[in-house]
Design a protein. Structure first.
Length: 138
């Protein structure tokens, strides 16, 4: 008989809850895109996505500042996460022609600076939202 350690069980539970939270983010993005379609400003999609997640009783933060530590000093560099979902997942909302490597690098930097593991880059300016969803994991 094999037994799992408490550490393994907690990691599995955390992974499952993170996966479920990710599914809620994706499902919310689908709902917002289905209702609004492409062609609006990022701020509109951010507001509606935040509202949808809030309706699902998921805690979110909007325009969450990320401090920069440089040379041992904490600086306010005006970096802001579009959405921080349940203190675990970063969501960067875009309404652009296409996602570029620069957008992905931005999210990866935000993940690293905030010490988060999972982020979504969601481009609402697409015909099918599945083409606009990008999940990045550190």
């Amino acid at each position: 008989m094999t037994t799992k350690s408490t550490k393994d069980t907690k990691r599995t539970e955390w992974s499952q809850s993170l996966e479920e939270l990710g599914r809620q983010v994706v499902d919310s993005a689908f709902k917002v895109h289905k209702e609004l379609g492409p062609g609006l400003l990022e701020s509109v999609y951010e507001t509606c996505l935040a509202r949808e997640l809030t309706k699902r009783a998921i805690p979110i933060g909007r325009q969450v500042p990320i401090p920069i530590v440089y040379d041992g000093e904490t600086l306010d560099a005006a970096l802001r996460l579009d959405l921080l979902v349940d203190e675990l997942i970063i969501v960067e909302v875009k309404a652009v022609e296409k996602i570029t490597p620069l957008h992905e690098a931005q999210l990866l930097s935000y993940l690293r600076l905030s010490r988060k593991k999972v982020g979504f880059l969601i481009n609402f300016n697409v015909k099918l939202i599945r083409d606009g969803l990008h999940r990045l994991v550190l």
